[in-house]
Design a protein around this ligand. Structure first.
Ligand code: 3HC
Length: 701
């Protein structure tokens, strides 16, 4: 970990070297300032290059430092704004040479340099808003000066990352030809002796045709959904750039940054950032286990799920072979993928060349033999154990030793599927969420016999295709669906208590869920839940559940696919409340006789979220999930849980475990209380004053 300073031919190259992503903690900031001072005071140095190496320029401030709040190292001198100010004030030209990610504080230091040269691998962004923050080292002051207010606002408020081509287009950087480091040295030398192009000397530009700045910014604020503190602060700070010099605007920006660092939203989003990154890591894997290489992926079953998985693989640069039971099904699957790329090209999401290259990597095979050279085959056929076992027998026959065999099952026993082969150690579950090319969650299911190498290979594959992988052991529903079943149970129980379905949905959506449970079931198909409930009623007659959704299914209101479910839908797919369902729900509740008129919005949220927490803790107790934060990852990426609330377990920690436990005990004493036996780990954590999110299966007794 260091800043290296190398001088040759009048140019000093300052190399930021802090694995893995050159984040700028306090010690790096001190070293950077020292190296800068040394280069500036050395009379033989005419110009300076700031270089992060060929893989990453800098991922910005060290997010771990934020945990200590505004009195911690983030706000200890030299702060990042101090480093940025020193670069800006330098009396010799400084060229930032940018390869790979240049994000947050990384981009802020680059924007304080006098020129920015980049390689085609460079990626730029100010993603602080995704951590519940705003750029705090002058980003909101310099970006509008370099690229104009409109483009700057779009980038800062979304936190989106752009590639080198786009950065050049908007005037943020220039593309280097040939070797980046050499080009930057030449460029720095050429700037020597010329007037310095300081970003701080520029003026921020409003979009053409806009003269009333206050109205323009008010409209930007009004458009924010949901109205969280960080995006609003981003807009406020960019507005300052129009009326304040960079130094003053940056001082005010850093004040806002210091406030945001303490908001519950930022704490939740930072927790979520690290939770995502630990999810795909399994400390229990023996050291030295290396994943096998995956070049070609085979997919059996070309329905919506199989096609989505194929698109995810093609997007990630993998060769992909599809097969299905009939030529017609195979052609339809291929057609679905071609349509996807045609539409993506039309919408400008990919260029025609890129789409053509991706489709070129797609092959179809009319029999299992055509999958012979695949390193990984993912089965995505009908959810039926015998059908899947037949597929796996065939895969076992045709695949080379060492290939990974994966099932996309969401409910079936992976061990029973693996037992159909002579190589259960090579079998894993890869449970994708629909649409598989969009949803980031991947449940990686570890069977009884799955080997460490197979698991490591599956996790590496997940990373290759851009998924957030969470490891689960085998159980009915794995992590996500098992928790979802308890969440749904409470949503339906609320109807038994006299709450109308749309009130449940509206309350949860206002709270932040992407979609309320009734709207989700209308989308997924109510008949699916019906089949599960029928199975459960036979297996567990002692666990009565609400029959309200069954009544909906008896009316053949299976959801969007049948035109109506809990809601009715217009031609544009917009949902609306239905008087027939109001009548049905009211009569249903009256017949049960448990109506309560005092169910508050808070109780609706608590019932549904606490149900997730309790079942999640059971999954940890059973060893199905590895760590508590994995449960939160599953809920954020697979079920629309609001990121700014961290996840169900994080939310329970912030509510206070004594409070959560007390509510559960109250629910336990009430209607369908059998579902509310508090998980022992909740009682344990509440008593010990520890956090649920600290639980790792291997650490807790
Ligand atoms: N601070 C601390 N640790 C960081 C970090 C950061 N800014 N960025 C990444 N890391 C860590 C990750 O936690 C991970 O650690 P681990 O190996 O122990 O799990 C490791 O670096 C590698 O990260 P990824 O697994 O994410 O690696 P990828 O290669 O997939 O992605 C990346 C690299 C694109 C840089 C991605 O890590 C990323 O987006 N990082 C965050 C960037 C960001 O949000 N920057 C803004 C920071 S806030 C700021 O700068 C404030 C300023 O305005 C004052």
């Amino acid at each position: 970990m260091s800043i290296q300073l190398e001088t040759s031919g009048g140019v000093s190259v300052l190399t930021i070297d802090r694995a893995p992503v050159n984040s700028l903690d306090l010690s790096m900031r001190i070293r950077l300032l020292e190296a800068l001072a040394a280069a500036l005071s050395d009379a033989s140095v005419e110009a300076i290059v700031l270089w992060g190496g060929s893989r990453v320029f800098s991922a910005g401030a060290d997010i771990e430092e934020f945990a200590a709040g505004p009195r911690g190292p983030t706000c200890t001198e030299p702060t990042l704004p101090t480093v940025v100010a020193a670069l800006d004030a330098a009396t010799k030209p400084i060229v930032a040479a940018i390869a790979g990610p240049c994000l947050g504080g990384g981009l802020e230091i680059a924007m304080a340099c006098h020129a920015r040269l980049c390689a085609s691998t460079a990626r730029f962004g100010l993603p602080e808003v995704k951590l519940g923050l705003l750029p705090g080292a002058g980003g909101t002051q310099r970006l509008p000066r370099l690229v104009g207010v409109e483009t700057a606002l779009r980038l800062i408020v979304s936190g989106d990352v752009i590639d080198a081509r786009r950065a050049v287009e908007i005037g943020l950087a220039e593309l280097a030809s040939g070797d980046l480091r050499d080009a930057a040295i030449r460029h720095a030398r050429a700037l020597s002796g010329k007037p310095l192009a300081r970003t701080s000397d520029l003026n921020a530009r409003l979009p053409d045709g806009v003269s009333a700045a206050a109205e323009y910014f008010a409209a930007q604020r009004a458009g924010l959904r949901p109205a969280l503190p960080a995006p609003r602060a981003c807009i406020d700070a960019v507005e300052l750039a129009l009326s304040h010099p960079v130094a003053e605007g940056s001082r005010l920006e850093f004040e806002l940054f210091g406030k945001l660092i303490e908001t519950p939203e930022s704490k939740a989003l930072r927790y979520a950032f690290f939770a995502d990154r630990s999810a795909g890591r399994l400390p229990a894997l023996p050291p030295g286990v290396t994943p096998r290489a995956i070049h070609r992926v085979g997919i059996v079953g070309t329905g919506t799920m199989g096609s989505g998985i194929a698109i995810a693989c093609l997007d990630a640069g993998l060769a992909t072979t599809l097969t299905d039971a009939t030529p017609a099904a195979l052609a339809a699957g291929r057609g679905r993928i071609e349509t996807h790329y045609a539409s993506a090209t039309k919408k400008g999401r990919v260029s025609a060349d890129v789409a053509a290259e991706r489709l070129q990597r797609l092959q179809t095979a009319d029999s299992y033999d055509g999958l012979a050279g695949c390193d990984l085959v993912i089965e995505a056929v009908y959810e039926d154990l015998e059908v899947k076992r037949t597929v796996f027998r065939e895969l076992d026959r045709v695949l080379e030793p060492g290939a990974l065999l994966a099932s996309n099952t969401s409910t079936l026993d992976l061990d029973a599927i693996a037992a159909a082969t002579a190589r259960p150690a090579d079998v894993v579950g890869l449970h994708f969420f629909s649409p598989a090319n969009v949803m980031r969650l991947l449940e990686v299911v570890r069977g009884r016999e799955t080997s460490a190498v197979s698991l490591a290979t599956a996790l590496a594959f997940g990373k290759t295709i851009g998924k957030v992988s969470v490891v689960a052991r085998v159980c009915d529903g794995f992590i996500g669906n098992r928790m979802f079943e308890e969440y749904l149970r409470q949503a339906y129980a609320l109807v038994d208590l006299g709450v109308l379905p749309w009130r449940v949905d509206n309350v949860l959506e206002r709270w932040g869920m992407a979609m309320g449970p009734f709207a989700v079931m209308d989308l997924a198909g109510n008949d699916i839940g019906w089949a599960i409930r029928k199975r459960r009623a036979i297996a567990h007659p002692e666990r009565p559940y609400s029959t309200f959704p069954d009544k909906i299914c008896e009316l053949k209101r299976f959801g969007r696919k049948s035109g109506a479910g809990f809601y009715t839908y217009d031609d544009a797919g917009r949902r609306s409340e239905d008087a027939a369902i109001t009548k049905l729900a009211t009569e249903h509740a009256q017949a049960i006789g448990a109506i309560r008129s005092d169910v508050s919005d808070d109780e609706i949220v608590e019932r549904c979220v606490s149900a997730l927490v309790n079942e999640g803790l059971r999954l940890l107790e059973e060893g199905i999930a590895e760590r508590a934060s994995d449960l939160d990852v599953v809920y954020r990426h697979g079920y629309g849980f609001p990121a700014h609330r961290g996840g169900p377990l994080f939310f329970a920690d912030t509510l206070g475990l004594h409070h959560v436990l007390e509510s559960m005990r109250n629910f336990h004493a009430g209607y369908q209380g059998w579902a509310w036996e508090p998980a022992p780990r909740l009682i344990y954590a509440a008593r010990r004053g520890t956090c649920l999110t600290d639980i790792e299966t291997r650490r807790v007794p």
